[in-house]
Structure formats: C-alpha cells, structure tokens
Design a protein. Structure first.
Length: 371
C-alpha cells in the first residue's frame, strides 16, 4: 500500500537540500548586504548611486580574480607551494610577505595573491594563518598613501605630505608588525614528515597570466589606465575561458556593499553635526559601513585628518565588512569548506579581528592621544 504523505512534501523539502544550506552558510554576507541594500533603499526612497570609481573597482577586482585564477590553473601556485614548503618558518614568511606587499600593491591585491598560495600549502593552523594574513594586509597597507583606498582618499583630500602621512600612522603599522611577527614565529611549523614530491613546473600559460597580473598591479598603482583591465577579459575569452570560473558571489557582495554604503551615507550625513572624537566615530562606523565610505563621510565634518586616518585603518580590523580585504580573505578561505568549518572559521575571524580592533584603539590612546 502506498503512502501518499511521504511523496507530498517533496517539493517543500527541496529548500532544505544541502545545496541550499551550503549556499546560505557560504553566502550569508551576500544575503545580509543584499537585504540591507533593499531595506535602506526603501527607507530613503531611492536607489543607491554606484559611482564611476566604484564601477572601476568592480572591474579591477573582476580582472584581478581572472588573472589569479589563470595562474592557479597553470599550476604556478602548486609549484610555488612545493618550493616554499621545503623551508622553515612558513607562517612567518607568508605573513611578513603579505604585510610588506600590501604597502605597494594594496591590501586587496596582496591577499588575492598570497591566500591562494597559502591554501595550497600543507601547514598546520591554516585558518589562523589566513586570518593573520588579513590582519597583516590591513596593518601593512596603513603605512603608505597607496596601500589602501581610504589612505589614498585621505592623502589627496587633505593634501598631506608623503613623509607627514607615513609618520602619522607609523606607530600603528610598526606595533602590529612586532605583534604579528612574534605570533607567527610561534605558530606550529610544517609538521609533515613526508615532503611533497617534486612538483611539475607550471605550464606556459603562467607567463601570460603573470603579465596580466602585472598589468592589473600597474592599474591599481595608477600607472596605467583602468581600461587596461579589459585586456585581461579579452585574453580570457580567447585563450583561457576556464579562468572565468571565479567567485561571482564575492563580486555581487561588493556591488551590494557599495550600494548599502551609499545609502548609509545618505542616512547618517544629516544626523552628524559637530563631530567630536573623530577617531572613535570613524573606527566604529567602519564596522558597519566599511572604512572607505566611513572615511569619505567623516572627512566632510572634520579637519583632523590624522585622527581620521587612524580611525579608518583601525576600523579595518574587527568585523568582516570593516575592510573589503577582510571579505576577500574570508571568502577565499571558506570557498571549499564544510558548514561546520565555516562556522568555526567565522567565529575565529571575528574573535581575532576584534582583538586587533581593541589593540588598535589601545595603541592610539597610548601613543597618540586621548580618544
């Protein structure tokens, strides 16, 4: 005898399939940003304005992801991982490389390059290493005017001198260099008793994708025009279509986040009058709207550019949205993880991130002045 009650709910239970659960757990940041964008748009009764510069950021990120995916497909990351896995102090090398590289190519690009290499390595506590790389990218990039977008904005907006700019924020960068170096040196080292077999060298496409990545770095440094990014797309369409298999939800998250930040600026701007405690305001508001839009918002209400510089960079620590670099590191790590691993990694990321946030506030209060 059949049991119709067993077959009836099939269409209902589809939403509880693992694929849906997997999407919800991995893309919760996209869902939250999309819902936030929708609700804030209803509140202010208008659609957000995505500026030309933000569209350019999305294009640059898209091209960067394609170039890096091409390098991954070529076998370059596996080969590099084999080479560096033979040495000692791998976590320290990776974290210091991220720290100093971010000063030149920005925190986002440094993580896009280093995190995939880290994930290809056989090292213990890989989750902690990736989190520390995110901290290193934010701390290292804070030192230079080109290290991250908020620095570049503050540098130009207030007409700061290069030397004065770097001296103003150096205590933050140097303090975190010492903290991260000490922590990384005491992490468990490579415990594999059986080293990897000699990895095959990357194929010839690594050269072309390496040149494309170089073009994108030059774009980020404003040495070549943004339209040069299109060369990466054209090359991928003709020669390397597999390099388009990137994390598209991450790009959508950035899009939603830009719109949400624009809405929040519209909501908050009218409520900010005589701005006091610039450092704390910019640091804490970065936790909900990211440090780039927070810098743009508060620059309209203060001449204290050093406090704003500190607040925006300390605000990059803490929440996943404090800095867009955090989102990149987080998403790259969880891409192929189980539900349980994602939850654990999220908790660790937030715990360590907010620990760094508190340390940053303490450094400012102790070395710079009252908050």
């Amino acid at each position: 005898m059949s049991h119709p009650n067993k077959a009836a709910p099939k269409h209902i239970l589809l939403i509880f399939q693992p694929a849906w659960l997997d999407f919800l757990l991995k893309e919760w940041l996209l869902l939250i940003s999309a819902v936030g964008l929708f609700l804030t748009s209803i509140h202010i009764k208008k659609f957000p304005t995505i500026s030309l510069s933000e569209w350019e950021v999305l294009l640059i990120l898209y091209a960067l992801f394609i170039a890096v995916k091409g390098l991954e497909k070529s076998g370059l990351f596996t080969w590099i991982s084999w080479r560096i896995e033979q040495g000692k102090y791998l976590p320290l090398k990776l974290i210091l490389t991220t720290f100093f590289l971010s000063m030149i190519v920005t925190n986002d690009v440094a993580l896009i390059i280093i995190v995939p290499i880290t994930l290809a390595l056989r090292i213990p506590r890989k989750d902690i290493v990736v989190i520390m790389e995110a901290l290193a990218a934010n701390a290292g990039s804070a030192l230079t005017p080109i290290g991250n977008p908020q620095n570049l904005f503050i540098y130009w907006y207030y007409h700061a001198s290069p030397a004065g700019f770097m001296i103003a924020i150096a205590p933050l960068t140097l303090s975190f260099l010492l903290i991260l170096a000490y922590w990384a040196a005491n992490l468990p080292q490579n415990s594999n008793k059986n080293p990897l077999k000699n990895s095959a060298p990357p194929d010839h496409s690594a050269i072309s994708h390496g040149l494309l990545l170089l073009i994108m770095i030059l774009v980020v440094l404003h040495l070549v025009p943004v339209w040069s990014s299109v060369l990466v797309l054209i090359y991928g369409i003709i020669f390397s279509r597999s390099s388009f298999l990137i994390d598209y939800p991450l790009l959508l998250t950035f899009f939603c986040f830009f719109g949400l930040a624009d809405n929040l600026q519209g909501i908050l701007a009218d409520r900010i009058g005589n701005l006091k405690h610039v450092f704390l305001y910019s640091a804490f508001f970065s936790q909900i709207m990211s440090n780039v839009p927070a810098s743009i918002l508060f620059a309209k209400f203060t001449t204290q550019w050093k406090a704003l510089l500190w607040g925006a960079n300390v605000g990059g620590f803490g929440s996943l949205v404090g800095s867009l670099a955090n989102i990149i590191a987080y998403k790259l790590y969880i891409a192929k993880k189980s539900h349980k691993e994602i939850m654990k990694f999220t908790a660790k990321f937030l715990l360590i991130g907010y620990g760094a946030f508190v340390i940053g506030i303490g450094i400012y209060s102790f070395l710079v002045g009252k908050i």
